[in-house]
Design a protein around this ligand. Structure first.
Ligand code: MN
Length: 347
């Protein structure tokens, strides 16, 4: 059996935890038959996870449950609280307006489920990013009316990224509401997936990280944080490799942005590194490994590194015990597992 300390001296708040309403799963199933969207990553990911394998069945069942089984799982793994968000790609494969009406229903359902166990769950609001007005409005409703703690952006929407300022209303709303947006992985966009697919690198092995890191950098270099200096974006998986590349991104973007080499690339107000340190939070979702966690605390800030499990995609009890043994003081562990999440999500 796994030895998980029931009283480690801190609450464990897991900050990147997934759910999927049954209606969304049914829509995914329909789309897998209809094949009407142009997103090979969707068919690769959900083609497998809608299947009959034990792993797919367990995942699908756990994704849809926000009650008995999930709480039992949390109890068995020592998780006190989950920050729950709509699983990828959420509503982002549907027509923009349909995406908004789905987001409204799913946010209502999530809020309703949270209200049954308010000491165990908080939620992030889904929105349909390509429906710009609807997205901002639904984020605002989610936060102000439903008590959501931020927004979930499952990266690209059928290959469209959010760096074009015509999509920035939702970021403006997030800044005004003082809530973070979780930039969560999607499979590589249709434009980039081909060389990943053949050898199975499109999903969590590498594709998610490439895709989501790219999206984060596109937002940064497009000047999103010059426009909205207080905006906070959360990256999972130890920052999708960006903290490791902090120095190179900073130095080379400084060069590129002043070289007039690219028509669309203009200098930012500050060095790229500053935004990665002051406009991003990082979680260890899917990475129960001390070196990158300690590295981010070191090069970014101990105030910006948060715990996450990535349930139910990665539900491994022994990882909790491993993370309890991070080379930190008790106070530092409390900050990592609990304190930073309480502050950021106002829990
Ligand atoms: Mn995840």
């Amino acid at each position: 059996m796994n030895e998980i300390n029931p009283n480690p001296g801190y609450k464990r708040i897991a900050t990147e935890e997934a759910w999927a309403p049954t209606e969304l799963m049914n829509l995914f199933h329909k789309e897998l038959e209809r094949k009407s969207i142009k997103d090979p990553g969707f068919y690769s990911l959900w083609g497998f996870f809608s299947g009959n394998s034990q792993r797919a069945q367990d995942l699908s069942r756990r994704l849809q449950d926000l009650n008995d089984e999930r709480i039992k799982d949390m109890d068995s793994a020592g998780i006190d609280m989950q920050v729950v968000a709509l699983t990828s790609p959420g509503v982002q494969i549907f027509e923009p307006e349909m995406g908004t009406s789905l987001a409204i229903r799913f946010n209502d359902e999530l809020a309703d489920q949270i209200s049954k166990n308010p000491d165990r769950f908080v939620g992030l609001a889904a929105f349909s990013p390509m429906d710009t007005k609807g997205a901002a409005k639904e984020l605002e409703r989610g936060v102000t009316k439903l008590g959501m703690k931020g927004g979930i952006l499952n990266s690209h929407s059928l290959g469209t990224y959010m760096d074009d300022e015509k999509y920035w209303e939702v970021f403006e709303a997030a800044e005004a509401l003082d809530v973070p947006i979780y930039l969560h992985p999607n499979t590589p966009s249709p434009q980039m997936i081909e060389p990943f697919l053949k050898l199975g690198l499109d999903a969590a092995v590498y594709g998610f990280g490439c895709e989501t890191g790219l999206h984060a950098l596109r937002l940064l270099v497009a000047g999103l944080f010059d426009r909205f200096p207080k905006l906070q974006i959360i990256l999972g998986h130890c920052g999708e490799s960006l903290p490791f590349n902090l120095s190179r991104i900073n130095y080379m973007h400084g060069h590129v942005s002043t070289s007039n080499r690219y028509e669309n690339v203009k200098p930012l107000k500050r060095p790229a590194m500053d935004y990665l340190k002051e406009n991003f939070y990082y979680t260890n979702s899917g990475v129960a490994w001390a070196p990158p966690i300690m590295f981010i605390r070191d090069v970014i800030s101990p105030d910006r590194m948060l715990y996450a499990m990535d349930y139910p995609w990665q539900f491994i009890h022994s990882e909790v015990a491993e993370l309890d043994n991070l080379p930190m003081t008790g106070a530092e562990k409390k900050q990592f597992f609990e304190g930073n999440a309480r502050k950021l999500f106002k829990i």
